[in-house]
Design a protein around this ligand. Sequence first.
Ligand code: GMT
Length: 375
Amino acid sequence: MKIGILCYPTYGGSGIVATELGMSLANKGYEVHFISSALPARLDITNPNIFFHRVNVQTYPLFQYQPYDIALSSMIYRVVNLYKLDLLHAHYAIPYAYAAFTAKQMLKEDNNDIPLVTTLHGTDITLVGQHPSYKHAVEFSINQSDAITSVSESLKRDTLQFFKIKKEIQVITNFIDNSEFDECNECQRTQFANPDEKILIHVSNLRPVKRVDEVLQIFKNVEKKVKSKLIIIGEGPDMEKVNQFLEENPDLISKIRLLGKVNDLYRILQLSDVFLLPSEQESFGLAALEAMAANTPVISSNAGGIPEVNIQGETGFLAEIGNVEAMSNYCIKLLSNEELLTKMKKNAKEQAIKFDLKNILPIYEEMYRTTIENF
Ligand code: GMT
C-alpha cells in the first residue's frame, strides 16, 4: 500500500504522531510519502520506504498572504499522480483535510480519485477550528473525508458537539513505541540534580493552553517542601512568562533548567520523577504518555482526554484545570513518599504499554484497508 501523509513538520503532537505512524508503516513495508512544508522533526529520511515532498510556496509581491493551501493541494495532486498513491492521511484538519479535498477534486478530473482519512488531533477542533474564519471550511472538509479518526473519546465528543458531522468517527488513540525507551543512564541524573533532590519535568511547545505559569507555580510550592529541580523542555510563545518568573524569583534560577528543543527527550524523561501537565486543553496528552513510557508518573489537570491516559491515584494524580494548590499538594505527597513514587513509576510504565505501537498500528492498518475497500 502507498500512503500519503500530510502533517505539520514541527514538534507539535500531531506532527509527531503522523511521523511515528509513517515510520512504523514504512518499517512494515508500506511506501510512505510525507507532504509537508519542511522535513518533519523526527523523520528518518534514510528509510528506503520513506519519501519526503516539500511544499514550495511561490512568493509574489502582489500577495499580502502567501497561498500555502493552493501550493499544498497542487503538491498532493502531483504526488498522488506521480507515485500512484492508494490513500491520503491528513493529520490535523486545518489545512490538511481542506487541501486534500481540493486535490481530490483535481484528481477526479483525471478519473484518479483517492480515499482520504482525516485524523483530528485537538486544537483543530477545540480551538482554531471553532474560529468563525475557519469553522465552516473545517466542518465541510471533515465531512468530505472518507474516514475520520479522533485521538480520544473526549475529542470525539467535542467534535460532535461543535460540528455537524455526518460520518462515524473512529477513536484511534495516540501510541508510543516502548522499545525506544532504553534503561536510564544514571550518571546523567547528576547533571540535573543532586542525589537528594527530585526532578520535576515539563515538556511542551509553551503555548498558552499548556499553562506554563502554573508549572512554575507548582514547582515553587513543591520546592519549599521537597528538595527538587525543574526541567522545562520546549520552546514557544510563553517562554516570556518563564523569563518573567525567573526575574521575579531569582532564588529559583539555579533550580530551573531550560533546555529548549532536545533530541534525546526519552533519556531526560527517564531520569525525572514527575511530569507536570496542567493544560487548559488536551485532546489526549501525548507528552504525558511519553513520560509514562519513561516510568514517570504524571500530575495533570483533568482537561479533555487526559483522564483517558493519566489514571487518578494509579499513574499519577489529576486536579481541576487551574487548581494549582491541589496539583502542588499531589506532587508533594508523591515526591515525599518513596514507596508511592516507586509504585506509580511502575504503574505509569504499565499504562504506557497498553498504548504501545504494537497494539495501535494494526488498528490503523485495518482502518486503511476498510476505507480503501469501501471507497
Ligand atoms: O498540544 C500541542 O501542543 C500540539 C498539538 C498538535 O496538534 O500538534 O497536540 C494535539 O495533538 C496531540 C497528538 O494527537 C495530542 O496528544 C495533544 O493532546 C493535542 N493537544 C491539544 O489538544 C492541546
